[in-house]
Design a binder for this molecule. Structure first.
Ligand code: FAD
Ligand code: HEM
Length: 386
């Protein structure tokens, strides 16, 4: 809980820090990587640094956390913390690293706000930092402790690599050693570490796209301008070893007996397909509505898996939107206004940000409460930041 002493200081300086945080985070990362260049080799995404998305996500999370503390001093923003902690745990972030981040972040704050910062302001924001850091450390410790092993990276062999529509590949992995595998929940992801041709290691997250449990299957869309997906598509072959993390991610199928709407666009169908698979495997009697948007039928990566799983369930229905007209599909972008939404539905969303923003607001207009809308962002969560 934020102290009585710091609360008015944070309240008074939030507009200033909020307006400067976007300039502070790039300074922070420059300082961090100058002092610890090793953090760019197998931990931070070089592309998210170049695009500025990680800076934006960090800035947004700090601003959101501080605003929450000011308006709800007795509670913590669980959803914000949970998403970050799962991402951190999938990368093996450790407690001592929080001190390193603190030093460089506060040096960047002192530099940026040199003309206005006082010891009182620095002290209050230090308190905010450690409230956030301690909350994250606690969740991350719990996540590490709930794994079936104490390893960060494990070797898994590529047992199959198959084209999944035009432009995507599905990788099915098998364990390459006897480390016990943590059972994954449908909707979760793994981190995958690869070595780029130049020798630098890079990590990306991939949602499990088929069975969860102790299987590890993921489907990746080729991003020609990217660093990791081209290596997976062009260089990694059947029989090769990939280093992967334990499964993480908080967007998982919640218990209950109400209807479920799974809405996805493009490669965003991977976590929803895994949730659908688990519903088909258990033969759920919940009503399931699968909504998917794609550019063309051929580019739908998990088409046969998803249509087969819908067929297996009496209470499931599938609706498709394609940019190019095709029999059996609506033309254009998905809109919930064209759908009879199930009463009391829970909505699971994954796809590009503009798609998710639009579907989420349509769902809220249709009466689905925000607490029953769950979304996965394929990158740093800059939605939160905005
Ligand atoms: C929880 C989670 C689950 C995910 N699940 C999946 C999944 O199931 N399937 C899937 O395909 N993907 C998934 N992703 C996305 C995946 O992790 C990668 O982001 C994706 O494969 C692209 O990685 P890459 O290394 O090929 O591209 P990156 O190297 O990360 O580059 C991404 C894009 O950034 C652009 N870029 C680089 N530098 C700049 C710059 N200076 N300015 C602007 N843009 C720039 C590149 O051109 C490229 O288009 C998931 C992500 C998350 C966080
Ligand atoms: C209170 C302190 C911290 C905050 C508020 C914070 C916040 C965040 C946020 C918001 C994200 C993006 C999550 C998402 O995907 O949406 C993130 C990712 C990440 N964080 Fe932290 N973080 C903190 C501490 C740390 C520490 C100590 C480290 C270790 C050096 C670290 C390393 C990373 C890495 C490697 C990523 C992924 C970046 C990428 O791949 O682009 N963070 N963090």
């Amino acid at each position: 809980m934020l102290s009585e002493k710091s609360r008015p200081v944070i309240e008074a300086t939030l507009p200033l820090v909020g307006s400067r945080i976007g300039a502070i985070t790039p300074k922070f990362y420059s300082r961090l990587f100058a002092a610890h260049p090793e953090l760019l080799d197998g931990l931070f995404s070089r592309s998210n640094q170049r695009s500025g998305n990680q800076q934006q996500a960090l800035a947004g999370s700090i601003a959101a956390f501080a605003s929450h503390l000011v308006s709800n001093p007795g509670t913590l923003p669980e959803a914000v913390l949970s998403r970050i902690a799962h991402k951190h745990a999938s990368l093996g972030i450790t407690e001592p690293q929080y001190q390193v981040v603190y030093e460089h972040l506060f040096a960047a704050i002192a530099e940026d706000l040199a003309e206005v910062i006082t010891p009182e302001i620095a002290e209050a924001w230090t308190e905010v930092y450690w409230l956030m850091a301690d909350a994250l450390i606690k969740i991350e410790k719990g996540l590490y402790a709930s794994q079936a092993n104490d390893r960060m990276w494990m070797p898994w062999r590529v047992a199959a690599k198959t084209a999944a529509g035009t432009g995507a590949m599905t990788f099915t992995l098998e364990p390459a050693d006897d480390t016990p595998a943590t059972p994954a929940l449908p909707g979760q992801y793994i981190s995958v570490k690869v070595v780029l041709p130049e020798g630098l290691r890079q990590v990306r997250q991939y949602s499990l796209s088929a069975d969860a449990g102790t299987s590890r299957t993921f489907t990746t869309k080729l991003d020609d301008g990217g660093e990791v997906s081209p290596v997976l598509h062009h260089n990694v072959q059947v029989g090769d070893i990939l280093e992967i993390s334990n499964p993480y991610g908080e967007i998982t199928l919640k218990d209950g007996d109400g209807p479920i709407v799974l809405a996805s666009a493009g490669s965003g169908c991977t976590p929803t397909a895994s949730i659908l698979r688990s519903l088909a495997e258990t033969g759920t009697d919940r009503q399931v509505l699968v909504l998917h948007a794609e550019s063309t039928l051929d580019s739908w990566a998990l088409r046969s898996q998803m249509t087969d799983d819908v067929e297996r369930l009496d209470g499931a229905d599938l609706q498709l939107w394609l940019e190019k007209p095709e029999a059996g599909a609506r033309e254009g972008f998905m809109s919930l206004r064209e759908v009879d939404l199930l009463a009391d539905a829970s909505l699971y969303l994954c796809g590009p940000l503009p798609f998710m923003k639009n579907i989420r607001s349509e769902a809220i207009n249709a009466g689905i409460p925000a607490t029953r809308i769950h979304y996965e962002v394929f990158g740093p969560d800059i939605w939160l930041a905005s």
